[in-house]
Design a protein around this ligand. Structure first.
Ligand code: S3P
Length: 426
């Protein structure tokens, strides 16, 4: 993909549905008894992986991308059947980890595998608590990695102190907790996104949250629901950054999820001095949504750390781009999780932003960006990481000259029409 210099951006845009909520709608819909109807479902490759895995376990799922609806004919908590072949999670860490929480309780053995990126990502973080609950894991190639088999069984509730603030770990344990004997709780160092807890409540599960601890009691049956998935703030983030950084621009992004465990990008924008406004704020489905309007602003650097990190973990690549164009220094720390995402996002950001002329340095747990240096076009390897490709499409549009993005098609993971939507605002 060749990205030319962009002169200005103007207009309204609706970004695709939230990836986290879309995955959870398939999983809870599959283990609820009856039909769950989802609108605004993200038709990205990751969420399609979740659909195909649950179809392999006997769930009928009617996906109608043209209408933007998905109907899941759930068979109840104990209705999944043994898959005849490997559950292929593609590039999706969320599918792998959340689904494992459900597989941990099934009376059969399943094999889980994915692409080259998935095979490198740490799965010990779910294997440890789910094994403590009673599941049996076997890594087939590399210890604590996919591919692995998981043999489910009778589970025992646990109190798990997670060493990482990870919604995927928390959700895996809570999903297993639906089937366990007694209460299951997860405490994390900082609060991660709480979509699982909110959706559990909607489906009638007994779940409580207090501080950074979530506690679930075993379920008898989940009640099917209608779920209207809001726009993904992680996808909106690229247009927030583009609207702020491109001269003479104003963009409104409609119907974006602004759950407080996800809205760290808004906090950072304000700290950087951004002209950003929310309107039409609604909270119909337990998940707050709003329209976000951004206008060109001269930004300044800031420090991003601590409990803010899980609230913007997927937005750090685009925040790093904003920091490169801002005046002054931006420090990102406590973000060592970036090393185990779809790529090592500390290394990849530093390498690619340096290639464009930015002053950026990797640290053990983040990066330091001394902003304000003029950036020039370069050849950028996305490392098949969707968030890297989208971040550098925005950086490329702002830089002088042309930028070439290698592996640009990986945006298909979370935002298939990304380039078209960007083009439409020019
Ligand atoms: C997700 C949680 C986060 C995030 C990922 C989606 C989820 O991962 O990076 O894109 O839907 O639960 P971690 O739980 O590994 O932080």
């Amino acid at each position: 993909m060749l990205v030319p210099h962009i002169h200005h951006l103007q207009g309204e845009i609706t970004v695709p549905g939230d990836k986290s909520i879309s995955h959870r709608s398939i999983m809870l819909g599959s283990i609820a008894k009856g039909t769950t109807e989802v609108t605004g479902f993200l038709q990205g490759a990751d969420c399609l992986s979740s659909i195909s895995c649950f179809e392999k376990m006997g769930i009928e799922i009617e996906n109608n991308p043209a209408a933007g609806t998905v109907r899941i004919h759930g068979k109840g908590l104990r209705g999944l059947t043994e898959p005849a072949s490997t559950l292929d999670v593609g590039n999706s860490g969320t599918t792998t980890r959340l689904m494992s929480g459900i597989l941990a309780a099934q009376p059969f053995t399943s094999t889980v595998d994915g692409d080259a990126s998935i095979r490198k990502r740490p799965m010990g973080r779910i294997m440890t608590p789910l094994s403590q609950m009673g599941a049996v894991f076997k890594s087939l190639h590399t210890e604590n990695c996919a591919p692995f088999t998981i043999t489910g069984g009778r589970l025992q509730g646990i109190r798990y102190e997670s060493p990482v603030a990870s919604a995927q770990v928390k959700s895996a344990v809570l999903l297993a907790g639906l089937y366990a004997e007694g209460e299951t709780s997860v405490t994390e160092p900082y609060l991660s996104r709480n979509h699982t807890e909110l959706m559990f409540e909607t489906f009638g599960v007994d779940i409580k949250s207090e501080g950074t601890t979530a506690t679930v009691r075993p379920a008898v049956e989940l009640t099917p629901q209608r779920i209207d998935v809001p726009g993904d703030i992680s996808s909106a983030a690229y247009f927030i950054a583009a609207g702020l950084l491109t001269p003479n621009s104003e963009i409104t992004i409609k119907n974006v999820g602004i759950n407080p465990t996800r809205d760290g990008i808004l906090t950072v924008c304000k700290a950087m001095g951004a002209d950003i406004a929310l309107s039409n704020v609604k909270n119909d489905i337990g998940e707050p949504v709003a329209d976000i309007t951004v206008s060109s602003t001269s930004l300044h650097g800031c420090t991003i750390e601590g409990d803010l990190i899980p609230k913007l973990i997927d937005e750090i690549p685009i925040i790093a781009i904003m920091a490169a164009f801002a005046n002054g220094t931006t420090v990102i720390r406590d973000a060592q999780e970036l090393k185990v995402k779809e790529s090592n996002r500390i290394d990849v950001m530093v390498k690619n932003l340096s290639a464009m002329g930015a002053d950026i340095e990797a640290t053990e747990d983040g990066m330091i960006i001394r902003g304000g240096k003029p950036l020039h076009g370069a050849t950028i390897d996305s490392m098949a990481d969707h968030r890297i490709a989208m971040s550098f499409a925005i950086a490329g549009g702002l830089a002088e000259g042309d930028t070439e993005i290698l592996g640009a098609e990986c945006v298909n993971i979370s935002y298939p029409d990304f380039y078209g939507d960007l083009y439409n605002l020019m």
